[in-house]
Design a protein around this ligand. Sequence first.
Ligand SMILES: [Cu+2]
Length: 425
Amino acid sequence: MNRIVARKTWFKGLQFHSVLAVLALMLLAGDVMAHGERAQLASMRMRTVHWFDTQVTPLNVKVGDLVTVTGKLVTSEWWPKHMPSIEETVFLNIGVPGPTFLRLHSEVNGVPMMRSTAFPLGKVYEYKTVLRARVAGRYHVHPLLNVKDAGSLVAKGSWLEVAENDSGEPFVNEITTLPGDTIDLETYGLSGFGGVYFWHVVWIVVGIAYLVYWLGTKRELFIPRFIRIRALGQDRANELLTKNDFVVSSIFFTLTLALILTGYLWAENRYPITIPLQTGLVDVEPIDIPAGDLEVVVDHATYELAGRSLTMRMNMTNNGTSPIRIAEFLTANIRFMNAKVGEGEIYEGEEMISRDGLTVSIDTIAPGQSVDVDLVASDALWEKYRMTGLIHDPDSRFAGLIFYYDDVGTRYYQEVGGAVLPEFF
Ligand SMILES: [Cu+2]
């Protein structure tokens, strides 16, 4: 008796602690829930895809309106060896919470992207996705790439406000099928005989009936029955399943198979013309990185933990006839900008920008000059976006894009990368 009371108290204590733990998790989770940009390993974000010029327009819409997401990305030559490659299979997608938008169109380098493709490394890809707002709310909209076997690679998000439409009419998504019928995909096949609701009810009824037979009549269940019969000896084994149990189970089994077959035949008859989902790969011609006359050789890099800064020593040679100004360093979706050069467009609603986060020991490199340049990318954003995890990486390397301008304001960029050593003081 005492033991039972003790166990009950222990169980109650466990329940109380579980509730506390869940509450604490909900409070702590907070703003993490909506975001994917901080979740991945720092090294993965630095060395997979460099997203830039990401633009979501407009940032305030109503249900039914169109939203366009455009931008560019460079696939990193420093792609981690332990990760499945983007050169195999990749799909351009949009990261939003739930089915809150319809994707009407997407393209990469001008090629329609309903299907998957492959992205060779070290190239530029310009993408465009057109969405229609479906459900009112406030969403962090990110372009993302689904890389086969590696998962999603997320660009930084922009907050997008979707208001209810004026008429208050329900959202309609009408399309014309190949045989020429116009249907609303929001409600198509939901109700009526043979619809989604119908089949849910059928299977719930069958499931409940089966449970009622086994639990509702105070019948002894299998495990207790098995233990009792085993104690009585091998020769009583036939009592494990009564004749009633056998007959009822057989009826359920036959009924289930009959329902599946009937449903299949009925659907074949009701929808005679169907085509399978298409899975082929589409080829995309990659664009070369528009590297200008700057030649960059990375000498070494250190990450200073306390100062939240990445210091890179590079040898830079200007092989052109125009002076070159180093404007920006981009890594893991964070833009470190050189305030002294003050170039590089910032889009409406753009996040993760450190406007004076980049210090360059020689801002302008004269034609023909070859110099050692120290670049320091320093900002609290390193901490905010959990980049300090870099030092726990067994393969401590970094990569990023350097943006620079010539004297007529043409933008060039190229990827830099190398080993990085942590500094703890
Ligand atoms: Cu986000």
